[in-house]
Design a protein around this ligand. Sequence first.
Ligand code: FES
Length: 204
Amino acid sequence: MADQIEPKSADNVAAPVAPVAADPPKAPPAAPAKKVTASATTPSGPDKTRRTIIWSLVWGYFGVNFLMFLRFFFPRTLFEPKTIFSIGYPQDFGLGVETKYQREFRIWVDKVPGRIFVIYARCTHLGCTPDWKPAENKFKCPCHGSGYDSEAINFEGPAPRPMDRCHVELDATGQIVVDTNRLYVRDPKAGRDEFDSPGSYLPA
Ligand code: FES
């Protein structure tokens, strides 16, 4: 006889099994972080040399520009002496050659009986500044040996004519005003003699 199948009790009935959710796909394991080492950031070898050269050029460029900028504050100006100036009163000078204005104004003051005049201290050969030689009572040019007497009249060497004289006049106070831009010339070859012209001397 066939076994009767006993109805299963509630205890025996297995609870329905919930479907198991599938695990989400696992991400592949992350690659281990690379260590940032000093060797990765610091160039070496040719890279380092290249960087050094480039920075040198950049700094050189800025350096040159900075120097050029500074150069604007130091213009290449030639500071010429004044060309119009006072030298005092005629009675301040004794007879003979006064050299104290040579360095500052490139002139000598020359007083002779009856007149005072100012010589422009420039050799008429090639423009050197002669020296006054009191012991020899003459001007001597150190460049090529030209000699001038005490009134700056040439008498030896290659100088072709006497040294020029500056314009002189008295100001309102009676002081001598010299203008080295206005020169009086004696040049026998050119038939020119301005040494007695008004302004080339003052009575003294
Ligand atoms: S420049 Fe004076 S002698 Fe030549």
